[in-house]
Design a protein around this ligand. Structure first.
Ligand SMILES: [Zn+2]
Length: 256
């Protein structure tokens, strides 16, 4: 019986933390998120500070590249129209084929991306794609899924083994993802396609040529095909045929 109360308390905390179903802006997909937006933004800020510290020798070193990223980022951010975000744009001078945006609008672009982004429209493709992941709260959605699985596991372990749950572990999953948050966990295909879709909408709204999005992903496939870069972007952003199809359809629909 003692464990029953523990489960009740645990689930109550979980509910109190602010779990619930939300609709994704632009696509209207229903998602389950157990973090409140302010908790999520706080985590984003924390991760951002860690990343800046870890990369301080490589941060914002290339002034010209930084100016481009800032200029493009601000245009996309304006199109996104999120006053609750505190936007920041940074570059990391490392030969890594990747970029990411943390909750709350902290955007980081590795200089390695220039191998695939050959002009501002192509650079806008990857920046708006990453901003779209943040707007659609994909990171929080992944963390929430982990949390749910964690709680399921805890409840099961109490019922099965009659052992006390280790509360900290579950919360660590939701709150302790820090640097790994954006860099390690792969996005699902659903998240990828959604980020592409929202990214295209923002890109177009910001006045960029969305036809260049196709070229950018083509370049990415070519460059990341080389063994040296094989594990950067596509390990965290799975690619597929549907991506190309969706971008084509978008461009046909909004052909100028
Ligand atoms: Zn992605």
């Amino acid at each position: 019986m003692r464990h029953f109360y523990k489960i009740v308390i645990f689930v109550s905390i979980f509910l109190f933390v602010g779990c619930g179903f939300h609709k994704v802006q632009y696509t209207n997909r229903t998602q389950f998120i157990s973090l409140s937006p302010s908790q999520e933004v706080r985590l984003g800020l924390q991760a951002s500070e860690q990343i800046k510290k870890k990369n301080r020798d490589f941060l914002d070193r290339d002034r010209e590249f930084l100016a481009r990223v800032k200029n493009i980022g601000r245009r996309i951010a304006k199109a996104a129209n999120r006053d609750d975000f505190n936007w920041e744009f940074h570059t990391i001078s490392k030969d890594i084929l990747n970029a990411f945006c943390l909750p709350g609008g902290k955007v980081f672009v590795y200089s390695g991306i220039l191998k695939a982004a050959h002009n501002d429209d192509q650079l806008a493709t990857v920046i708006s794609h990453e901003i779209a992941h943040a707007i659609a709260r994909h990171g929080a959605e992944r963390a929430s899924m982990n949390q749910v699985l964690g709680i399921g596991g805890q409840v099961l372990s109490i019922l099965v083994s009659n052992k006390a749950p280790i509360y900290q572990d579950t919360f660590a999953l939701a709150y302790g993802f820090g640097t790994n948050y954006a860099l390690m966990m792969p996005y699902s295909r659903t998240h990828e396609l959604e980020a592409d879709k929202i990214g295209l909408i923002l890109m177009k709204k910001a006045g960029y040529d969305t036809r260049e999005a196709l070229k950018f992903w083509e370049n990415m496939s070519k460059v990341s095909g080389r063994p040296k870069n094989a594990n950067d972007f596509f390990s965290t952003h799975p690619n597929n045929k549907k991506r190309v199809e969706q971008i084509r359809k978008f461009n046909e629909k909004y052909a100028r």
